[in-house]
Design a protein around this ligand. Structure first.
Ligand SMILES: *Cc1c(COP(=O)(O)O)cnc(C)c1O
Length: 393
């Protein structure tokens, strides 16, 4: 099973896949296949009882009264915005250093995305930069919301965003797609804003066997609107109060998620242990530095955050060459994200240019995500660090 790479100097290194969900599947196979079979037997494929059960269990896990399952994380972002009545004429501030859906969902609901740079250490939307943008934007555009992203599994500075939102009358929409189970000062992601969006895309730390997502909120009106909008704006069958969409959570996916939700807490805890091991190895090998001028910069965890390490991301000197070297050894790594959103071709009409968000641009050039999943073996982690040591040696 274990593949070896032949290295001329030093011990052989293990090949390490960036992700290997077959290991998890082997552990949950019987349980998950039984859950799927049960949906097939019942033939209740659309909003079957598994959906409501999963929503209730997920809401409890996030510490909110309401969770609304939907078709994807992207739809969850759109539904959150639409349920909060954000639309044409409105503007929402968010980060250029995220997955594309963060910005495209704002456009999809008819509003305008306004970008602000990120914090150097956490890679999350900077509250100071957001405050500056709010100041400069007042008057010409109606800023109604802010969408911090809990990037890599660490919550953005929700004290600062909540204070700013209260002061300016803004809605806070959490993009919690990477942060199921994360918390900020003991409050779970999903319970920190007016609404939050989760993704259960197969690579996320809580994942389905296909596309799936969820909106959470503490507000009954927002919850009711989100569930109405995910089903064609119907409160009563075939009476359409608003133009919604079809974005229901598939019952088969809900059945899978019900099984996996029971394991996510343990999975997140294991991710934290593995992150700590990576940190220790990098430090004891003398590879860690305060900046990329003196080494690999390890992930920073804010003491107020409980990180779930959806990704373990370092800043690496000569990042692209390192990535190529690792790939030559069959060691997986990934760049999230190589091109910030403000310079994406499709978003040129927003009027931004290279140089507008230097912290995001530098992050895009330096970040490298290393293999991280609960089933990652310690020998594999050791091989990743050893390979990186050899690259810089
Ligand atoms: C994955 C992700 C999304 C989109 O979720 P999908 O389920 O793929 O639609 C949105 N935002 C962030 C930050 C993500 O990582």
């Amino acid at each position: 099973m274990i593949e070896m790479n032949k290295i001329e100097n030093g011990p052989k290194l293990l090949a390490v896949p960036m992700l290997d969900f077959s290991r998890e599947f082997a552990e949950i196979r019987d349980e998950v296949l039984a859950a799927i079979a049960s949906v097939c037997e019942s033939q209740r494929f659309i909003l079957g009882p598994e959906v409501g059960r999963f929503e209730e269990a997920a809401a409890a896990a996030c510490g909110v009264p309401f969770a609304i399952g939907c078709a994807s994380g992207t739809d969850a972002l759109w539904l959150s915005l639409a349920a909060l009545k954000i639309g044409p004429g409105d503007a929402v501030i968010t980060t250029p250093f995220s997955f594309f859906a963060t910005v495209s969902s704002i456009l999809r609901c008819g509003a305008k995305p306004i970008l602000a740079d990120i914090d150097e250490k956490t890679f999350n939307l900077s509250s100071e930069a957001t405050r500056d943008v709010v100041k400069n934007a007042s008057g010409h555009k109606h800023v109604v919301g802010v969408m911090p992203v809990h990037l890599y599994g660490q919550c953005a500075d929700m004290n600062a965003f909540t204070a700013l939102a209260n002061e300016q009358g803004l809605k806070v929409i959490e993009d919690a797609a990477q942060a199921f189970g994360a918390s900020w000062e003991g409050v779970r992601a999903g319970a920190l804003g007016d609404a939050a969006a989760f993704s259960f895309y197969p690579t996320k730390n809580l994942s389905a066997f296909g596309d799936a997502g969820m909106v959470t909120t503490k507000d009954s009106v927002t919850s009711e609107r989100a569930s109405m909008l995910r089903a064609h704006g119907m409160r009563r069958r075939y009476f359409h109060d608003e133009v919604g969409w079809n974005s229901r959570l598939d019952t088969l996916q809900a059945a899978v998620l019900e099984v996996k939700l029971r394991r996510v807490e343990a999975g997140n805890a294991r991710r934290r242990e593995l992150a700590e091991l990576y940190n220790q190895r990098f430090t004891s090998d003398g590879l860690a530095g305060a900046t990329t001028a003196d080494g690999v910069v390890l992930p920073f965890t804010d003491p107020r955050a409980e990180h779930v390490f959806h990704q373990y991301v370092i800043r690496a000197p000569r990042r692209d060459a390192l990535r190529e070297y690792l790939s030559g050894l069959s060691i997986g790594s990934e760049v999230y994200y190589p091109q910030p959103l403000h310079v994406q071709e499709s978003l040129r009409f927003l009027g931004y240019k290279q140089g507008d968000f230097p912290v995001s641009e530098r992050a895009a050039a330096e970040v490298l995500a290393l293999p991280m999943y609960p089933e990652l073996r310690v020998e594999e982690l050791d091989s990743v660090v050893e390979a990186i040591r050899r690259f810089y040696a």
